[in-house]
Ligand binder design. Sequence first.
Ligand code: GUN
Length: 288
Amino acid sequence: MPAALIDGKAISAAVRQQVTADTAEFVAATGVTPHLAAVLVGDDPASQVYVRNKERACEKCGLKSTLHRLPADTTQDQLAQLVADLNADDSVHGILVQLPLPAHLNAEPILDAILPAKDVDGFHPDNVGRMLQGRPRFLPCTPHGVMKMLEHEGIETSGKHAVVIGRSDIVGKPMGALLIQRGADATVTICHSRTADIGAITRQADILVAAVGIPEFVKGDMVKPGAVVIDVGINRVNDRLVGDVDFEAASQTASAITPVPGGVGPMTIAMLLNNTLEAARLASGTTD
Ligand code: GUN
C-alpha cells in the first residue's frame, strides 16, 4: 500500500489560523502589532521568492513585515549597521537576515549581532544553547515545523529510532536536538557526507528526515518498510521542484511521507509567524 501523504499545507494552515487568532488577541490587549523585519542582500532568485512568501504570510496573519533590500555589493559594516539599527528599534520585534548572504559577506558575526530576543530564526548561539538545554526561547523554524507535523499526525517519536541525514546548523543539528529532547524521546542518529554505508543506517530508521540538499538522494531501498519519511529538501531540477527523497520509490515502502512541494516548506513559514508573535510577547512582557 502506498504511503499516506503528510499534508504540510493543511497543517501549516491550522498553525497560521491559530497565529492569526492569537495575534488579534495580542493586538487588542496591547495595541502593539508584532513586526518582523526581513533583510535581503543581493538578488538571489530563490531568496527573493522565500522572502516574498514570508512577507505575504505575515500580512495574512495580521503581523507587520518590513523588507530591507540591500544591494549585492553591500559591505559587512553596512549590513552590521542595519542590524544594529533594527536591534535598537523598539517597533521591530523579530529580525530575519535571509541566507545565504553574498560570498563576500560573513554571516556568522551578523547572525551573532542580532539580539537573541529578536532572533526569530533561532540561529543565535544563545538560542541554540537554550534549545539544547531544553529551555527554548525561539526554536529554528524548519525543525520546529517538522516536530509540529509529527505531533499533528499523531506519529509517536518516543523510543523510536530517528535518522537525520544532514548536519547543517539550520536543519540537521537542531532537528537531532529536538528529537532527543525529553518529551520527544527519540533515539537519534545523524548522518552526513562522511558517513560510511549510509543505507545500512537509514534502513534502521523508524523516522527518516532527509535534509541533505541533494535531489532524490534517498532511494526506495534506503527506507525501512513502514517508516515515516520527512523530506526537507527543496531542489530545482529542470524547472521542477524535487525533494531529497525519491518520492515515487519511497512512498512504496514508507507508511507516511511528506511531498515536495507542499510538505515541510509551508511549515517553516508558519513557525516563523509563530516566533514573530512570541517575540512581540517577549518585548511586551506578556511571556517570560
Ligand atoms: N535560508 C534558507 N532557510 C532559511 C531560514 O530558515 N532562515 C533564513 N534566515 N534564511 C534561510
